[in-house]
Design a binder for this molecule. Structure first.
Ligand SMILES: [Fe+2]
Ligand SMILES: [Fe+2]
Length: 118
């Protein structure tokens, strides 16, 4: 429920700025769909995010475990969205929304999408 609400609010923020660019709205709506694979609750997510940001990823757990799946949620979302035929922008934003702007997304679109994700 938290993830759906986050996606909806992100998409709403984008739509308020650029309602005519549906693929950008979809990118905001779907960027975190990979989070559901981890099954972590809010406390687990906060712990994993904090440790990861502190560079303590080695304490998080085994590859393929819940923490690892949470950290890789963007990559997982991108794979799923690509398989389902989503537009390149939707796939690329899902994959890169916690990283630097990829060349495939122009700076103004990136700025709108990143701002919508807070
Ligand atoms: Fe995310
Ligand atoms: Fe997000």
């Amino acid at each position: 429920m938290v993830d759906q609400r986050h996606g909806y609010l992100s998409a709403s923020r984008v739509a308020a700025q650029i309602a005519d660019r549906r693929e950008v709205i979809r990118a905001a709506l779907l960027h975190d769909v990979g989070k559901r694979h981890s099954g972590l609750n809010i406390i687990g997510r906060s712990l994993v995010t904090g440790l990861s940001k502190l560079g303590l990823g080695r304490l998080i757990g085994r590859k393929g475990g819940r923490a690892d799946l949470y950290i890789r949620h963007g990559e997982l979302a991108a794979e799923e969205l690509s398989e389902l035929g989503a537009e390149p922008l939707v796939v690329v934003f899902a994959r890169s929304h916690h990283a630097a702007r990829p060349l495939e997304i122009d700076a103004s679109t990136w700025e709108i999408l990143v701002a919508s994700d807070h």
